[in-house]
Design a protein around this ligand. Structure first.
Ligand SMILES: Cc1cc2nc3c(=O)[nH]c(=O)nc-3n(C[C@H](O)[C@H](O)[C@H](O)COP(=O)(O)OP(=O)(O)OC[C@H]3O[C@@H](n4cnc5c(N)ncnc54)[C@H](O)[C@@H]3O)c2cc1C
Length: 371
């Protein structure tokens, strides 16, 4: 598979790296860990102003007509610099779900506003069992007065405190219906959750929340729309993680050249070299599997096996790279004052988002006909 970037993708990547190196230094990442909202308004405006929030939407809907691959390339840079904010949920989960499954009216009304950053959306995908997929949705949506009444709690909803809209899968008449719910609706309450990544995550309780016109697209197609949303999100999340892992690998190689033990840079020790080489192999394998699966989805092909492979490899690559980097850095990597721990903590949280490895390995085994 040819993984080389097109000219425009390379330009996008280079620009994003330059912008984030200047405007999202680790001092900002650290400051946002202590901030209630979790991201600065000017960075959000800058990201939207550069056209990135509309990257995967058509031009007539305020976007720039980019592909899923383009968005993945951009998200690698978000992950590399640990850019805080609701971009992933608003654009890559909710925006793309509306583009894929929404009505013409929803697309026309909301996508230009997600693209210009004036509407922030988040995805409330997990119920109390914290499992992904249509079969795991337990929140109820009861039909009433031409709308739906929602009851239940969604877990680990990121940036719920900043969102104007939430995408909420709920169970109705046996199937899943996808609903867009205004975050200010009566009956919604937020409880902040502690996260090892120190990002804003919430338990969102829906208590008799009435939604009049919130169904995304066709109510009978919710199961399929949710599955497609999760497939896309899992792969784009992989790209985000690969960017983070790549940066950790590069900073670790740099460290091994600087750190001297027994009058030699530790980069001269074979065991250190082998660990660094293994990082590259793990990251490149994850990247290859991820872009292969994205290409299949873009071509409209089924990609369950490829998605499972990409997520399993990425889970391994990001967590293993950060833990091995900790080992190579010795005591300094462990210190809060040193930047490495910023990535290590996020790698652990990232492993669980859109499915831990056990579930994806199970899917992979099934797809191989082993079960
Ligand atoms: C929470 C914490 C508590 C601690 N408490 C104590 C304590 O109570 N008492 C105490 O004395 N120390 C303590 N330490 C320090 C600890 O002993 C050192 O961090 C540890 O020995 C590693 O040394 P270093 O950090 O200087 O890493 P370095 O010596 O810089 O080693 C970094 C990496 O270089 C590589 N490396 C180094 N030398 C070689 C070699 N010869 N061959 C191959 N690879 C090599 C390894 O990959 C290693 O992991 C503590 C550290 C931490 C994080």
């Amino acid at each position: 598979m040819d993984l080389s970037l097109t000219e425009s993708q390379q330009k996008l990547k280079d620009t994003a790296r330059e912008v984030f190196e200047v405007e999202c230094p680790t001092s900002l990442v650290r400051a946002m860990e202590q901030d209630d909202r979790g991201y600065p308004a000017d960075l959000w405006e800058r990201i939207s102003g550069l056209g990135w929030s509309g990257l995967p939407f058509p031009e007539e809907l305020g976007g720039s007509g980019g592909t899923l691959t383009d968005l993945a390339v951009l998200l690698e840079e978000f992950g590399r610099s640990l850019v805080p904010g609701p971009f992933f949920n608003s654009v890559a989960v909710v925006g793309l779900t509306l583009l894929d499954a929404g009505t013409d009216a929803q697309r026309t009304e909301l996508l230009p506003r997600i693209a210009d950053g004036s509407v922030i959306a988040t995805a409330a995908l997990l119920d109390a069992n914290a499992r992904y997929g249509p079969d795991s949705v337990s929140m109820t949506a009861e039909r009433r007065d031409g709308g739906y009444v929602l009851n239940g709690t969604k877990m680990f909803v990121e940036y719920a405190n900043s969102a104007d809209l939430m995408l909420v899968p709920a169970r109705s008449d046996g199937g899943v219906v996808l609903l867009l719910v205004p975050a200010s609706a009566d009956g919604i309450s937020l409880t902040r959750l502690d996260s090892i990544a120190r990002d804003p995550q919430f338990a969102v309780e829906f208590s008799g929340v009435f939604v009049q016109d919130g169904v995304v697209g066709d109510a009978s197609q919710g199961n399929e729309a949710l599955k497609r949303a999760l497939d896309r999100a899992a792969l784009l999340h992989c790209a985000h993680c690969i960017g983070g892992a790549q940066h950790v690998q590069e900073m670790t190689v740099e460290y091994t050249k600087q750190r001297v033990q027994f009058d030699r840079a530790i980069a001269t020790f074979q065991s250190v070299q082998h660990d660094c080489a293994d990082m590259v192999i793990a990251i490149d394998s994850a990247r290859l599997a991820t872009y292969d699966a994205i290409t299949k989805i873009e071509d409209g092909q089924s990609a369950d096996k490829e998605i499972a492979l990409a997520k399993s490899l990425t889970n391994h690559a990001y967590k293993w790279t950060t833990l091995t980097a900790q080992q190579i850095h010795g005591g300094i990597g462990f210190m809060e004052e040193y930047d490495l721990q910023l990535w290590t903590r996020r790698a652990k949280v990232a492993e669980l988002k859109f499915g831990a490895s056990s579930g994806h390995v199970e899917t992979f085994a099934q797809q191989m006909g082993l079960k």
